[in-house]
Design a protein around this ligand. Structure first.
Ligand SMILES: Cc1cc2nc3c(=O)[nH]c(=O)nc-3n(C[C@H](O)[C@H](O)[C@H](O)COP(=O)(O)OP(=O)(O)OC[C@H]3O[C@@H](n4cnc5c(N)ncnc54)[C@H](O)[C@@H]3O)c2cc1C
Length: 383
């Protein structure tokens, strides 16, 4: 059993993709870091994610962060190490409303300017790219071959193992109960049976971040919203390469998962809240959409299904920064359903904020103060 450290230069709270990536990047840079996870690594939203990794966003910050993520996932075996099953099969957004075609066309231009080889394609090409997709009523689609999917738990394990190799202490089964703040100064993180003294805390506790941040006097507007996915039983004759195909109007999506498919669909009327009930008719509605957008799904048996929380902010964009008060309380949360793919870049960014370096993008617009300033940062391409 790992001994509890009395002191760490930085304590990261949360052992999902985000917290483990932050711990890795800090430890690799020589920082004495302790990561606290109250349960098991990945036990929060990370283990529920569909694994989608993409550069196709409408916000230039998210495009840059997504591109950085793609690069990091491609080299994950060398740094930090570990097999994450990254499949660059592309993301294909099917668009059946003219307004969406126009918005996505603008996003493609932006993505191209930022070095992302996405493109607008017609329905015939979309059918070639994604042979399982039903294209009735599709006006156009966008495709980027860099995008794809990877294994969220493997990524968190890889980062945690890499962090340990660089000297980090990674503690599971270790809830942080409060941040010890005296006179607007971070003094430590309270755990069962004691306090780990520290001058710097990073809150990476996913949907549970607001409760922890409040103990430091910081308000983080993150709400839990349940999302559901299913996987099918093995299917004979599936194409090797199935792009992560999204029906943007309905939020229905699928990709290949082992010998079958993973299928999800956002219930956009799902209320926020830890106790909010989900729609018992969800699978029936998935089946209705699948009849149009993935007809072969109707012949496939369901193998598994699970639910997990999206960590949603008012503008569907992440919260990344350092609190105005207390300083040295940093946060990286609220990724609104795209936190897995953003984990590599966010780890780098938080490392740089901790060390007083310039991050590779200016993340000031992602600070929580944007809501008070009415400077929202709406991301259009969210599912
Ligand atoms: C169905 C579904 C599909 C998704 N698909 C995708 C996708 O395709 N691509 C994508 O990028 N994202 C996807 N997401 C979103 C993604 O899962 C999240 O954005 C991401 O996992 C957030 O990572 P995190 O590390 O911030 O949070 P989490 O993984 O939730 O990690 C936070 C951790 O903090 C721990 N914790 C909380 N409080 C404390 C405390 N006080 N002390 C110690 N530990 C604490 C929790 O136990 C948890 O392990 C999906 C989510 C769902 C539910």
């Amino acid at each position: 059993m790992t001994d509890l450290p009395r002191h760490a230069d930085v304590v990261v709270v949360g052992g999902g993709a985000i917290g483990t990536s932050i711990a890795f990047h800090l430890a690799e840079a020589g920082v004495d870091v302790c990561l606290l996870e109250r349960d098991a690594l990945s036990s929060g939203s990370t283990s529920r994610a569909a694994g989608g990794v993409r550069t196709q966003f409408s916000d230039p910050l998210n495009v840059a962060i997504g591109l950085r993520g793609v690069e990091a996932f491609s080299r994950f075996a060398e740094r930090p190490g570990g097999e994450i099953d990254f499949r660059q099969v592309g993301y294909l957004f099917l668009l059946d409303e003219q307004e969406d075609v126009e918005t996505f066309a603008r996003s493609v231009s932006l993505q191209n300017e930022l070095g992302v080889p996405s493109r607008l394609v017609d329905a015939a090409e979309a059918a070639r790219l994604s042979p399982l997709a039903g294209l009735a009523g599709v006006l156009a689609a966008t495709f980027c071959p860099l995008d794809g999917h990877a294994g969220p738990e493997a990524v968190a394990q890889g980062y945690a193992a890499g962090a340990r190799q660089h000297g980090a202490t990674v503690l599971t089964g270790s809830p942080a109960t409060a941040i010890d703040v005296v006179n607007e100064t971070v003094r430590g993180v309270v755990i069962e049976g004691g306090t780990i003294e520290t001058e710097t805390v990073v809150c990476a506790a996913g949907v549970w971040s607001p409760a922890l941040a409040r103990t430091a006097g910081v308000e983080l507007p993150v709400e839990p919203v349940l999302r559901e996915v299913v996987t099918t039983a093995p299917v004979a004759g599936l194409p090797d390469s199935v792009p992560l195909t999204v029906d943007f109007s309905t939020g229905f999506y699928f990709h290949r998962e082992g010998p079958g498919l993973l299928i999800g669909m956002a219930d956009r009327s799902q209320p926020a809240g830890f106790d909010a009930p989900t729609d018992p008719g969800w699978l029936e509605r998935v089946t209705e959409v699948a009849a149009r957008r993935a007809p072969r799904f109707l012949d496939m048996g369901i193998a598994h299904g699970w639910k997990g929380y999206y960590e949603v902010t008012p503008d569907h964009n992440g919260l990344v920064g350092e609190a105005v008060g207390p300083p040295r309380f940093l946060y990286a949360t609220g990724f609104s359903g795209h936190g897995f793919m953003q984990a590599p870049a966010v780890g780098e960014i938080i490392r740089d904020l901790v060390l007083g370096r310039e991050p590779f993008v200016d993340i000031e617009p992602l600070s929580v103060e944007r809501f008070a300033r009415q400077a929202l940062r709406p991301e259009h391409n969210v599912i």
